[in-house]
Design a binder for this molecule. Structure first.
Ligand SMILES: Cc1ncc(COP(=O)(O)O)c(C=O)c1O
Length: 438
C-alpha cells in the first residue's frame, strides 16, 4: 500500500473508531458524568402507550386499503413497500411542524436518518470523481457513511458564518480545477451537531442559489429544528429553495424516540429548475434501499404512524415538555461555565445556542484523545473533543458538550470536574512559562 493511501486509511479508520472509543470510555468509567451523547431525554418516552397506537394505525391502514383490522395487521406483519407506508402522515407532519409542502410520493421512509444519509451518499455520489462537500466540523454519521461507501469527502472550514459561502465557493472551484465533481453538500443548518450553530436565512438562501447554479444537491439534515427555546425560527432550506436542489432529511429519534429507528428523506418534485425529475431520484434511492434494508420495519412505522394519528400529525405537544428540560439544562450549563471560568474569560469561551442539544467550548490548549482520556480517568467527566468531528486541524482547541441527557445537578458537578482539569492545565502552562522566563 502506498503512503498516501495508508494515510487515508489511517485517517478514515480513526474517524470510524470514534464511536468505539467513546463507548469504551463510557463502559470503562461508568461513574463518570457524561456530556458525550446527544441522546434525547428519556423522561417523555411513553412506549407502552405508543405501542398501543399500532391498533389505531392498523385501523387507518385498513380504511385506506378497504379492508379490516385483522387483514391490516397481517399485511403489517409481511414484507412491505420499500418506500414506506406512513409517507402521507409524514408529509402532513412536516407541513404542520416545518412548513414543508410535499406529497407522500416524495417521501422515502428509512431506518433512522442514518439510513437516509447512507442512501443519499451512495446514490448521489456514485461516479468516479464525485465528491461530497461538508463544512468541518460536521456530524460523524455523514462522514462515516461516505467513507464506508468509498465516497470522497471535501471539507471546507470557516470560523464565521459570513465566510461560509466564500469558503464553499473556493472549495468547489478547487475541486473543479482538479477535474472532480462536487455532487452534494451536507448541512445541519438548525442547531448543528456538533457546534450548536444556526445558519441565517440570508446564508441559507445564498448557499441555495450557488448550489443550484452548480447543480449540487443540498442534504439538509434537521433533527433539532423543533427544539428551539427562544428566538425566531428560520425556515428550513427545503422551504426557501425555489430551484429544487434541497433534499430534506428528518428523523423521529429526537422528537419521539430513537428505538423505532424511523427517519425519512424528502426529494423535491422537480430538481434543478426542472432539469431532472425528483421521481427519478426517489426511484434510485428506493432501488438502493431495496437491496440493503428491503423495507423499513412496518411495525416500527406503525408505532410512529399511531403517534402521528394521535397527535393529528403535529409533534409540538410531545416536544413541548422536552423543551423545558433542554432549556433548563442549557441554562444550567451556561451558568456552570460562567461560574467555573469566572476570571478566565480571555482564555475559555463558549457559545450559547437558542436551542438544540449541544454547545461548544474553546480552550487555550489542544484538547484531543489523550486529554479526553485524562478527563475520564482522573476527573470523572466524559467530553467530546471537537477534533473528532473535524476533517482538518482547525478544531483542536474546542470541546463539544451535550446537555440533552443529563440533569442540572450532573451538569453542575460535571462542569466543576472539567473546569478543575482545565484550570490545572492552564496553571501548568503558566508555571512552565515562568520557569522558561527565569
Ligand atoms: C445531525 C444528526 N443527524 C442524524 C442523526 C441520526 O439520527 P437517526 O437516529 O434518525 O439515525 C443524528 C443523531 O444524533 C444527528 O445528530
Amino acid at each position: 500500500m502506498d503512503i498516501a493511501l495508508s494515510n487515508k486509511v489511517d485517517v478514515e479508520a480513526s474517524r470510524l473508531d470514534v464511536m468505539n472509543f467513546l463507548n469504551e470510555m463510557a463502559s470503562d468509567f461508568p461513574d463518570a458524568i457524561s456530556f458525550v451523547s446527544g441522546r434525547p431525554t428519556e423522561k417523555i418516552f411513553d412506549l407502552g402507550n405508543w405501542i398501543n397506537g399500532v391498533h389505531d394505525f392498523a385501523q387507518h391502514y385498513a380504511d385506506r386499503h378497504g379492508t379490516d383490522v385483522g387483514t391490516a395487521m397481517r399485511m403489517l406483519s409481511q414484507y412491505g413497500r420499500t418506500n414506506g407506508i406512513i409517507n402521507d402522515l409524514i408529509a402532513l407532519q412536516v407541513e404542520k411542524d416545518e412548513r414543508i409542502t410535499c406529497k407522500g410520493k416524495q417521501v422515502l421512509v428509512t431506518a433512522g436518518c442514518q439510513e437516509a444519509m447512507d442512501l443519499c451518499v451512495k446514490t448521489f455520489c456514485r461516479d468516479p470523481g464525485d465528491v461530497l462537500l461538508v463544512r468541518s466540523p460536521t456530524y460523524i454519521g455523514i462522514t462515516g457513511a461516505a467513507s464506508l461507501n468509498d465516497v470522497e469527502i471535501a471539507a471546507f472550514s470557516c470560523d464565521r458564518e459570513d465566510e461560509v459561502l466564500h469558503a464553499l465557493k473556493e472549495k468547489v472551484h478547487g475541486l473543479e480545477l482538479e477535474g472532480k465533481c462536487p455532487k452534494a453538500l451536507y448541512l445541519v443548518p438548525e442547531f448543528d451537531n456538533p457546534t450548536g450553530e444556526v445558519l441565517s436565512r440570508q446564508t441559507r438562501e445564498s448557499i441555495i442559489s450557488f448550489c443550484a447554479s452548480k447543480r449540487i444537491l443540498i442534504l439538509e439534515d434537521n433533527p433539532y429544528g423543533m427544539f428551539r427555546f427562544e428566538g425566531t425560527r428560520t425556515l428550513p432550506m427545503y422551504v426557501l429553495d425555489r430551484h429544487g436542489c434541497v433534499v430534506y432529511l428528518g428523523t423521529y429519534s429526537k422528537t419521539v424516540c430513537p428505538t423505532v429507528r424511523i427517519g425519512f428523506a424528502i426529494v423535491p418534485e422537480v430538481l434543478f429548475d426542472g432539469a431532472v425529475s425528483g421521481g427519478v431520484l426517489v426511484d434510485r434511492l428506493s432501488q438502493a434501499k431495496s437491496f440493503s434494508a428491503v423495507n423499513t420495519s412496518q411495525i416500527n412505522q406503525a408505532v410512529i404512524g399511531g403517534v402521528l394519528l394521535a397527535e393529528e400529525c403535529s409533534l409540538k405537544r410531545i416536544v413541548e415538555p422536552t423543551l423545558a428540560i433542554y432549556r433548563c439544562n442549557r441554562d444550567a450549563m451556561i451558568e456552570a461555565l460562567s461560574r467555573e471560568f469566572l476570571g478566565f474569560d480571555q482564555q475559555v469561551t463558549w457559545n450559547c445556542p437558542q436551542g438544540g442539544f449541544f454547545l461548544s467550548v474553546l480552550l487555550p490548549f489542544k484538547f484531543e484523545h489523550s486529554e479526553a482520556q485524562v478527563c475520564a480517568e482522573e476527573y470523572g467527566v466524559l467530553v467530546m473533543p471537537m477534533s473528532f468531528f473535524a476533517l482538518d486541524d482547525g478544531q483542536n482547541y474546542r470541546v463539544r458538550f451535550a446537555y440533552s441527557n443529563v440533569t442540572p445537578e450532573q451538569i453542575r458537578e460535571g462542569m466543576a470536574r472539567f473546569a478543575a482539569y482545565v484550570k490545572y492545565r492552564i496553571a501548568s502552562v503558566d508555571a512552565a512559562f515562568e520557569v522558561y522566563c527565569q
